[in-house]
Design a protein around this ligand. Structure first.
Ligand code: GLU
Length: 464
């Protein structure tokens, strides 16, 4: 049987970290087995579903490169299919009309609660051999209920959580279509998983409770039961439930916050899954390795430091032109176009070794393209009156050399010797004058890139 997995988000919000990991695992499983990966939009909650959320989910998947082979299928566009299957079930007697009124069900619920029982449907309209059903009321449009088996157990070997058994006696007859004819959530999932030929259902473990009901309905439809893998939740850095602060935000926020998709993917892949102690691997490698046996059943904990570390790795490894295009966009967003020399690629070659965030990288190099503003404390600390004669001498010498890092280095050394100083005494004020900060890569390389004219122009105002 061809492997077929699906990602089935409800478009009620962004694609957040948990959803992205579910999508990644489903995608990787299909890839590994040469199967199909389907995107299905579960938009039957019309009140809460929005086109903007659909777009946000697709943007997130696109950014991560999680391409689907089929879809997106929208459940709202599949109503006719659901209605047909409903009718088949009614005809087969695996579903039935229930005319219990809201008031009646409410009273039943109250009575059960008072008796300390779990509220459940009493089976009034459930057809049974030898049972006479009540007379059908005229003014009540019926709902459709699934005729859940009443004995036996539902068992499945969850690929993450192990064997799970639920007694049928614990389940009542689920409403699968409302009085207005619209099918309900669990029913749509079942019809879709069946018709789309899903072989592995990989999803969050908030759906574990739906699984026995879904298996019963799939059985009633004569479907082959897919395998289920319920992924544990992701906790924040602090061990608490994910919140807006860490990860419950859109994956696109990670783009905005300076992360490369490669880093986010690699990070997500290790969130609850492992392959020995491998930490850094690309998606091709991941798809070869990925299996459902090495997913931990316990909750995974978010670790921002590790994500940053991976991001640093992928920034160093990035294709230079791709990196330059990304940084150009970030510079422009800050109204700093890399419009003049030096060439951005050369600047990045000098800087990317020390970066683990794209926004930080863009901020760090902005001084090449716009005049930096040093903070007063740095100016006061490093640009002291005592050092100015040495800087004056240096700038005169720099005006007359062939502009290479080696030649610049040589001149700085000469001045350091002449004034009997330590190298940083000269390098630090230069950094502050040229870059606006006291941290930069080696100052001769910075100056070489900045250019002779620009370097001297930035030193000059300090000499007055
Ligand atoms: N639509 C459900 C959700 O977004 C997922 C259902 C499923 O994967 O079966 O949580």
């Amino acid at each position: 049987m061809t492997v077929c997995t699906r990602f089935a988000p409800s478009p009620t919000g962004f694609l957040h970290i948990g959803g992205a990991r579910t999508a990644l695992f489903s995608w990787a499983y299909a890839k590994k087995h040469g199967g199909k990966f389907i995107l299905r939009i579960e938009d039957t909650d019309v009140e809460r579903s929005t086109p903007a959320a659909v777009q946000a989910i697709m943007d997130g998947m696109h950014w991560l490169g999680l391409n689907y082979d089929e879809g997106p299928f929208y459940q709202m566009q599949r109503m006719e299919t659901y209605k047909k299957v409903l009718q088949t079930m009614l005809d087969a007697g695996t579903a039935y009309h229930c005319y219990s009124s809201k008031e009646e069900l409410e009273a039943l619920r109250e009575q059960q609660t008072l008796q300390g029982l779990k509220p459940r449907y009493d089976g009034k309209w459930r057809p049974e051999a030898g049972k006479t059903l009540p007379a059908i009321p005229k003014d009540i449009p019926p709902v459709v209920r699934f005729k859940n088996p009443q004995t036996g157990v539902v068992v499945w070997d969850d690929l993450v959580k192990g064997r799970i058994e639920i007694a049928n006696a614990e389940m009542d007859d689920l409403i699968i279509a409302r009085a207005d004819g619209t099918p309900t959530y669990n029913f749509c999932v079942v019809v879709d998983d069946f018709e789309m030929g899903i072989t592995q259902v990989i999803r969050g473990d908030d759906h574990v409770n739906n699984t026995p009901r879904q298996i019963n309905m799939l059985n009633a439809l004569g479907a082959t039961i897919p395998q289920y893998a319920h992924l544990s939740m992701i906790l924040g850095d602090d061990g608490q439930k994910l919140s807006k602060r860490h990860g419950a935000v859109s994956v696109m926020q990670y783009h905005d916050d300076g992360y490369l998709p490669e880093a986010v993917l690699n990070y997500l892949a290790r969130l609850g899954w492992s392959h020995g102690d491998a930490e850094i691997f690309n998606m091709q490698q991941f798809c070869e390795w990925f299996d459902l046996d090495h997913i931990t059943p316990s909750a995974a904990q978010f670790n921002t430091e590790k994500l940053n570390w991976l991001n640093g790795h992928y920034i160093k490894e990035a294709n230079m032109d791709v990196l330059a295009a990304d940084i150009t966009a970030r510079l422009q967003a800050n109204r700093t176009g890399p419009s003049r020399a030096p060439v951005l690629n050369d600047v990045l070659a000098l800087y990317r070794e020390r970066a683990n965030n794209l926004n930080q990288l863009a901020r760090d190099i902005a001084y090449f393209y716009t005049l930096p503003q040093a903070c007063a404390a740095d100016v006061e600390k490093h640009i002291t009156p005592e050092i100015m004669p040495a800087i004056q001498t240096l700038s005169e010498k720099l005006a007359n050399i062939n502009w290479t890092a080696e030649a610049i280095h040589h001149e700085i050394n000469a001045v350091v010797t002449q004034y009997e100083l330590k190298f940083p005494k000269v390098a630090m004020p230069l950094r502050v004058m040229l870059t606006g900060t006291a941290q930069s890569p080696s100052i001769d390389q910075v100056m070489a890139l900045l250019g002779q004219k620009e370097t001297l122009a930035r030193i000059l105002p300090n000499l007055a």
